[in-house]
Design a protein around this ligand. Sequence first.
Ligand SMILES: Nc1ncnc2c1ncn2[C@@H]1O[C@H](COP(=O)(O)OP(=O)(O)OP(=O)(O)O)[C@@H](O)[C@H]1O
Ligand SMILES: [Mg+2]
Length: 259
Amino acid sequence: MPPLLEVRNLSKTYKRSAKFVSSGYRQSLGPINFTLERGKTLSIIGESGSGKSSLAKIIAGLIPSTGGEILVNGAPVSKMSRQKRCQSIRMIFQDPSNSLNPKTKISRILSAPLRLNTNFNDTEIKQQIKIILSLVELLPDYLEFYPHMLSPVQQHQVALARAMILNPDVILADEILATLDISLRFKIVNLLLKIQEKTDVSFIFVAHNMNLVRHMSDQVLVMNHGLIVENSSTDEIFNSPQTGISRHLLQNHQPDYRK
Ligand SMILES: Nc1ncnc2c1ncn2[C@@H]1O[C@H](COP(=O)(O)OP(=O)(O)OP(=O)(O)O)[C@@H](O)[C@H]1O
Ligand SMILES: [Mg+2]
């Protein structure tokens, strides 16, 4: 059986731009190789500029790669329809108050991906929204609300519902917990774990908080200058990091992830 997700020789070369100080074309990422199994969580850690967000965005199909291949269940995503790819790999953004359209009711935020990517009729759409709201533990009353009427945690729940609405294989989340304070972070973390237990979805987290990484992940990728320098199980990374970079990133780790 092929792994759920396989990233093969993925690379990215950014062109010179005014915003990013570089000269001409520059290999920013790769070649990157790793696999992820169904129902498992992979965290990507690394210093600022190491390529974590670039990798996440390429996997989510938000920016193109320069080379290499991404396979889901052995099938290259480059050969999939846009719809199939959107259904299979979803991304959650850091700040839901920015990523949720303030002029759109929650009901429309959740029905839009279904209208775009499925042939569901109105009854099926309503049914799927009901199932997903219950999965993210939101009451149906909120469907008539606009995003700004919700608390930060509820906004995260809506962002999660939108990501889960097409029953994806993989959810990518880039620093989604960074803006939440500790007690709220704890709520979302528990919700993510429950969702994974119920649906067997795989997660890829880009994370800075090593306590959360340890608590949530099965596997950790350590990136440095656009390359993977270590790819191990969470226990291996935390108990015997193999590279100086990993040791440096983990040195502030404290056993209680809520600290
Ligand atoms: N659109 C772009 N054009 C040119 N270079 C870019 C672009 N986006 C990112 N880069 C460069 O690619 C490299 C990786 O950036 P990326 O944002 O993926 O890092 P990161 O690990 O997510 O960092 P952070 O922890 O700060 O979020 C950096 O050197 C960055 O300057
Ligand atoms: Mg980033």
